[in-house]
Design a protein around this ligand. Structure first.
Ligand SMILES: Nc1ncnc2c1ncn2[C@@H]1O[C@H](COP(=O)(O)OP(=O)(O)OP(=O)(O)O)[C@@H](O)[C@H]1O
Ligand SMILES: Nc1ccn([C@@H]2O[C@H](COP(=O)(O)O)[C@@H](O)[C@H]2O)c(=O)n1
Ligand SMILES: [Mg+2]
Length: 214
């Protein structure tokens, strides 16, 4: 694993002024939030391609955990089917393992923190403050249309679970966005536009984080 510190990387500090370090390397973390179907995963793929970040989707890590037959798999599966949020200790451990295993020092953490418990658990265990929170703003009507057309065989892409996910997003995830907004850390994107137009706005935000080679 590379332990080199990339001196050119603009990296946030924690509130006590401590640098964001993980396993001896200086790291930059961007949290990517937005309602179900707002386009987080789609835009993260574009950011990876253009800016060399590693994309860690909390939802994907949980789905892999189910497929791997882990002891928590059955419990995670039923929580996802209910559109609810998996206990933070599980999700944070999966994120921590993935970050440590990676040789990269720039991470997009997609779909996390989903609630205040997620946020506090990440702060206490991983101890890294995000550079900023990228927030994809989109109407429910458009998000429903996208989710029902996604066709990736996801167990939660049915109208009943989609409605539950929207309620959880409003009740538990938006307060996290508001928390980071009060700290001046939210960069809000109009996600209702076509994919290339959304990415034009995303690109402007990521320019300081260098190109793919960084
Ligand atoms: N700007 C856009 N315009 C139209 N369709 C889009 C746009 N962005 C993404 N999509 C499509 O909408 C669907 C959902 O996108 P995506 O999986 O990126 O959303 P997400 O925010 O990651 O959702 P989830 O929270 O459920 O994982 C996909 O089929 C994707 O191709
Ligand atoms: N921090 C998280 C992220 C996700 N989940 C669960 O996974 C589902 C799918 O997440 P996507 O980001 O891929 O849409 C989500 O509805 C939750 O059930 C979680 O618990 N915690
Ligand atoms: Mg996604």
């Amino acid at each position: 694993m590379s332990t080199a510190v990339d001196a050119s990387l603009p990296v946030a500090e924690q509130e006590d002024g401590t640098a964001n370090m993980l396993g001896g390397k200086k790291v930059a973390v961007v949290f990517v939030l937005g309602g179900p179907g707002s386009g987080k995963g789609t835009q993260c793929s574009n950011i990876v391609e253009h800016f060399g970040f590693t994309h860690l989707s909390a939802g994907e890590l949980l789905r892999s955990e189910i497929k791997s037959g882990s002891e928590n798999g059955t419990m995670i599966d039923s929580i996802i089917k209910e559109g609810k949020i998996v206990p933070s200790e599980i999700t944070v451990k999966l994120l921590q393992e993935a970050m440590i295993k990676s040789e990269n020092n720039k991470f997009l953490i997609d779909g996390f923190p989903r609630n205040q418990e997620n946020r506090l658990s990440f702060e206490n265990v991983i101890k890294i403050a995000p550079e900023f929170v990228l927030f994809f703003d989109c109407s429910e009507e458009e998000m429903v249309r996208r989710l029902l057309g996604r066709n990736q065989g996801r167990a939660d892409d049915n109208i009943e679970t989609i409605r539950k996910r929207f309620r959880v997003f409003e009740e538990s995830s938006l307060p996290v966005v508001q928390y980071y907004d009060s700290k001046g850390k939210v960069k809000k994107i109009n996600a209702a536009k076509p994919i290339p137009e959304v990415f034009e706005d995303v690109k402007t935000i990521f320019q300081p984080y260098g190109s793919k080679a960084a």
